[in-house]
Design a protein around this ligand. Structure first.
Ligand SMILES: C[S@@+](CC[C@H](N)C(=O)[O-])C[C@H]1O[C@@H](n2cnc3c(N)ncnc32)[C@H](O)[C@@H]1O
Length: 220
């Protein structure tokens, strides 16, 4: 089934047909969280608070998602083999917690984050919990942004100037089976447009919208 983006009337989005299909997610209200998730999330929340309080310069684009909800969704995706493979990428990984939760669930997990201090915090937390996750400093946007120029220009909460992280990583967007992002309000469709343009057939985009809502889309 072929869908158009709900925001397709926006002149900024590419006018091509979208290859993204919504995939229904269950309600995760009654799910038990594994202890491994809970211990990591508790420590991460304390460190995020301390990091935010003690920093002189605010990182304006940094807010955390609901780690517990996102972790549960990833656990469900893995248990039910919804993704085509086990390669996970977080676009703008912040403190790295969602990437670490994906690693705990057995995925080969990578986070791309543009802020050096957040990369340092992510690596420290992963080391302390002995979690095998990779964090790469740079932009989640591809190096060649010409086909998504109109989308990129409309971002207000995404760094559009920093160099892409994919060369350093030795992988490209279409190498990943599941990509997670927490876009700022109003920017979800731009993330979807970039995913639509560059992800592999069958790949999944999981997004959190900041109001306890998750959305899952598959590229077909
Ligand atoms: C809303 S926060 C979400 C953090 C994390 N994903 C989470 O769920 O807690 C968005 C993050 O994206 C980062 N960011 C912004 N533009 C970026 C870019 N072009 N490439 C990589 N990271 C970026 C910000 O520094 C910030 O940490």
């Amino acid at each position: 089934m072929v869908l158009r983006f709900p925001g397709m009337q926006s002149p900024s989005l590419p006018q091509s047909i979208s290859m993204l299909k919504n995939v229904p997610l269950p309600s995760f209200n009654d799910v038990l969280h594994p202890n491994e998730h809970l211990e990591l999330i508790e420590e991460a929340n304390e460190r995020v608070d301390a990091f935010t309080k003690n920093r002189r310069d605010t990182i304006h684009n940094f807010v955390v998602s609901d780690f517990s909800l996102v972790g549960t969704a990833i656990q469900w995706l893995v248990e039910n083999r919804v993704a085509c493979g086990d390669s996970f990428l977080e676009w703008g990984s912040g403190f790295g917690v969602v990437t670490m939760l994906a690693a705990i669930e057995g995925m080969e997990a990578v986070g791309i984050e543009v802020e050096r201090d957040l990369i340092d915090q992510s690596r420290l937390l992963a080391d302390d919990f002995e979690i095998d996750a990779e964090f790469v400093e740079g932009s989640f946007l591809p190096e060649d942004r010409s086909v998504i120029e109109s989308v990129v220009q409309d971002f207000e909460n995404v760094d559009i100037d920093s160099p892409s992280a994919y060369e350093q990583l030795g992988k490209s967007i279409d190498d990943f089976d599941l990509i997670f992002a927490f876009p700022w309000p109003g920017e979800q469709e731009y993330f979807a447009a970039i995913f639509d343009q560059f992800a592999a057939d069958g790949a999944l985009l999981l997004t959190y919208d900041g109001r306890n809502q998750l959305r899952l889309q598959r590229r077909e």
